[in-house]
Design a protein around this ligand. Structure first.
Ligand code: PMP
Length: 507
């Protein structure tokens, strides 16, 4: 309609005419507020007539609030399983995602520091376009020839070291681990498994049985006989600490002991592990641990499965795959979450020998796994990681953030440890550095308070005292600054200070 000025004249917002009819000027004269806090919305709406009525606009042209969060929460309770949990004491009603931000129904933006699924950014346009393009043409199963399937398998296996060259596609990380276990069992003709304590490998039958996080957690029925658990190699709070010489060997000896226990029942089919531990509390394996554990497993005829569902695809920055940080080559690698940037996709990549043993006459059919749309999405994700240099960015921004968190740690003894690699970091809260008693209540307080600063994080670990940081890889230095700045404020609050003072009270 016309020009009314340049951007700098309006604080770099598009200069615009703000025309507003209001039934009460509330005593204001001259300049009138153009924006308001979401919490004040009901008041402003009550004195601002809907322009759609005056301008005869079609319905939907002006804002009408969706169902409110309370109604949604109660509908969930009515129609969904009661153990489907929600994050935060006041759950968020998220309606939009864009790169490292989520947007709630009230228009607020939230910095997403925990969603490692939308790896290349929420709603990345290239990934969305790839899905849309292929879904507009064809989506069907793998019993027909399709170039997306072979292109994707070729590309994915080219990103792995030899002899990992045969792909199977699934719809989730759980399904990938479930299939990996079947491959290992068929190949070795054994049933038992060795896993690491507090590990989580997914929600289906065989993998819940292989997840101490679940079977030893609330509602779990304990360790099944065929599963043998190696101690959690936690060098901060575990029995062998980083400063203790020989800690790697001692933790690896724990894997050996678990393999021996399996040996008394006919031997382990597989040693299944994450390459950096996530649910167990963002733990980096001690240097050299997997080399020793793999040697012990292979000596006893077990295959080695690396679960890269959380940490694969460049997240750790220094390497594309987590297992590469330990200089080992697994026999089977499983993938999920980031592989499809939010599209339900998973994969298993293994050796020719294992794949051939699995082809024992029984067909492997998976209705959705490897469909043309999923493969198009998987290819687009790999393209974006490469084109946007996201692995390098994870290294750069992750190092920057870790350094700043470590500086914060020097002034806040409640932070016992800052650890991790790339954009896979953890902050562990403890009462003091002597006993290292976990402070779960401080970790969850900090998460709730950071949420009030518009920052989304969550806690995990055996004692739930670790904040996990694993944002989409498009995370920037300025985002890291924002997290550190808000964290610094929250750590200065009375609640956190008293949690520390309590120590002196108790002593
Ligand atoms: N493995 C690991 C290490 C995981 O963290 C998860 C999910 N949190 C899974 C497997 C299962 O993946 P999904 O939920 O996609 O089935």
């Amino acid at each position: 309609m016309g020009r009314i000025g340049d951007f700098p004249q309006n604080g770099d917002w598009a200069p615009h005419l703000h025309f507003q009819i209001i039934t009460d000027l509330l005593g204001w004269e001259g300049s009138f507020p153009g924006v308001a806090l979401p919490s004040q919305m009901p008041v402003w709406r009550s004195i601002s007539p809907d322009p759609a009525h005056m301008l005869a606009l079609p319905s939907g042209s002006t804002y009408t609030p969706e169902q409110d969060a309370t109604a949604l929460e109660s509908a969930r309770r009515t129609h969904l399983g009661p153990n489907l949990s929600l994050s935060y004491s006041r759950p968020l009603h998220v309606v939009r995602g864009w790169m490292q931000h989520l947007y709630t129904e009230d228009g607020q933006a939230w910095l997403d520091c925990v969603n490692n699924v939308c790896h290349v950014g929420h709603a990345h346009p290239d990934v969305v376009a790839a899905a849309h393009r292929q879904a507009s043409v064809l989506n069907t199963n793998t019993r027909y020839l399709h170039s997306n399937l072979v292109q994707y398998a070729e590309r994915l296996s080219s990103m792995l070291p030899d002899p990992l060259e045969v792909c199977f596609f699934t719809n989730s990380g759980s399904e990938a681990n479930e299939l990996a276990i079947r491959l290992a069992r068929t190949f070795t003709d054994r049933r038992d498994l060795v896993v690491v304590d507090v590990a989580y490998h997914g929600n289906t039958g065989a993998v819940v049985e292989a997840s101490p996080y679940k079977f030893d957690g609330p509602g779990g029925s304990g360790r099944p006989e065929h599963v043998h658990v190696a101690p959690l190699p936690d060098t901060f709070r575990g029995p062998y600490r980083a400063e203790e010489p020989g800690h790697t060997e001692r933790y690896a000896a724990g894997v050996e002991a678990a393999l021996e226990a399996a040996g008394r029942r006919g031997g382990a089919a597989a040693f299944l592990h994450e390459s950096l531990l996530s649910c167990a509390g963002q733990i980096e394996l001690p240097e050299g641990y997997l080399e020793l554990a793999y040697a012990a497993a292979r000596e006893r005829g077990a295959v080695c499965i690396a679960d890269e569902v959380q940490v694969g695809f460049g997240r750790v920055g220094s390497h594309f795959w987590g297992f590469e940080t330990q200089r080992v080559v697994p026999d089977i690698v499983t993938m999920g979450k980031p592989i499809g940037n939010g599209h339900p996709l998973g994969a298993v990549v293994t050796t020719r020998e294992i794949a051939e043993a699995f082809a024992n006459g029984m067909e492997y059919f998976n209705t959705f796994g490897g469909n043309p749309v999923s493969c198009a999405v998987g290819l687009a994700v790999l393209d974006v990681i490469e084109r946007e240099g996201l692995q390098e960015r994870a290294a750069r921004v992750g190092t920057y953030l870790k350094k700043a968190l470590n500086e914060l740690r020097e002034h806040h003894p409640v932070i016992g440890d800052v650890r991790g690699r790339g954009l896979f970091l953890g902050i562990e809260f403890v009462r003091d550095m002597q006993d290292r008693e976990p402070l779960a209540e401080v970790a969850s307080y900090v998460v709730e308070r950071l949420k009030e600063h518009g920052i989304l994080l969550s806690t995990d670990g055996a004692d739930h005292n670790v904040i996990k940081i694993k944002p989409p890889l498009v995370f920037e230095e300025s985002d890291a600054d924002r997290v550190v700045d808000a964290l610094q404020r929250v750590l200065a609050e009375d609640y956190v200070q008293h949690a520390r003072n309590d120590i002196h009270g108790r002593a």
